[in-house]
Design a protein around this ligand. Sequence first.
Ligand SMILES: Cc1cc2nc3c(=O)[nH]c(=O)nc-3n(C[C@H](O)[C@H](O)[C@H](O)COP(=O)(O)OP(=O)(O)OC[C@H]3O[C@@H](n4cnc5c(N)ncnc54)[C@H](O)[C@@H]3O)c2cc1C
Length: 402
Amino acid sequence: MITHETDVCIVGAGPAGMVCGLLLAELGIRVIVIEGHSDFEREYRGEVLMPRFLQTMRQVKFFDFILAYPHLKLQGFELYVKSRRVAEIGIREISKEAPFILWMAQPVMLNAFYEKAKKSPGFQLLFGTSMIDLVYDGERVNGIRASSQGEPVEIRAKITVGADGRSSVVRKKGGFELEYQDHDFDIIWFTIPKPPSYDNKVRAFFSDKHNYLALPKYPRHVQCGIIVETGAYAAYRSQGIESLKTELLSAHPMLREFAEGLKDFSPFNVLAAKAERVKAWARDGLVLIGDAAHTCSPAGAVGVSVAVATAVVAADVIADALEAKDFSKNILGRVQALREKEVKEIQYIQSRVSRIISARGRFEKAAAFATLILLAKTRIFSNIQRRLMVSRGPLPVRRWRG
Ligand SMILES: Cc1cc2nc3c(=O)[nH]c(=O)nc-3n(C[C@H](O)[C@H](O)[C@H](O)COP(=O)(O)OP(=O)(O)OC[C@H]3O[C@@H](n4cnc5c(N)ncnc54)[C@H](O)[C@@H]3O)c2cc1C
């Protein structure tokens, strides 16, 4: 058995775990982050980063650092209903502070945080190490058991952080209860080469059959998404590739070449548009952050932004807890107290948007289109975008005040 002893053990090297670990390590705190995978490679995961992510990066002074890595800046959003453009919003109009949406591959972003974290001697990242169970001292969590290439690993920590995403093992093993769940639709993602005339705008297309998303992707691609009923991808697979090919050929001329070349399902990746929120995010010695505490729906593409904001607040609270030598849920529960209001508001807006996105049947669709067109004519539309994409103010932390 390999054993480690540290101040903070973070399970999961996604955006939340890496940002929390990096900030703590820069404060001189000993941190071990464990990651089940052997590297950061992943696609279609949190690549579209909203102004609220950039606001957080600015607050913790990582803005210039992160923008030094390969990225695209997306300047606007267009909404089409039955081929007619009904709304166009420039990001500059809704966010002066961070006037663009950032497209950055998640492996690039995570590697950037890792390179920075490695400069702090107290930081360790153990790849290929999967958490299996929590270790308790009475009622208090004081570390984890994991496995690394079949070898048992035990990490004793003053504070354990569950940053292991939407299917969190920490959440299950810690017996955390959900207080909110929603799942209206799925998105089937795929990528096409960027047509020469395509600019750097995000587009949503609503049509009688399915709704589509098109997002410019670095360096010269467009990431496309088909919004389908929950579980519909399994039905496409059982029918064979021809039915999905027919669907794409009738969707948009931009997809023709990709659809004609389709041979199997390998280019596709499915995102279940689940939203969840845990009732109490902390217990003695343990706190959940990011998707493990609050999975956001893809409506508005704010999952990473919200996860990273919670990670920053968590780093601040954990540093306070270590200073006070108090690892109880009273102090760790402050993460939830400081973040829950905003998370709830975002999930509420997403649930309203999801109803429109997932409308089915002639009458429901007609009502959804009428609502969209009406909203697009008023300021309500840009207000909804602003409330989803842009943070109202700095995060409530003692240490990184901008
Ligand atoms: C297909 C898809 C597309 C998305 N697109 C966007 C987008 O464009 N913009 C956006 O903002 N958000 C998007 N999201 C949401 C976004 O990816 C998440 O909100 C964000 O990554 C959450 O960060 P996190 O660090 O909390 O969790 P994650 O990114 O899920 O990271 C959790 C990490 O924990 C590791 N892990 C899990 N279990 C264990 C274990 N037992 N032991 C050790 N390690 C473990 C995982 O391997 C993973 O690396 C998308 C999500 C999906 C699934």
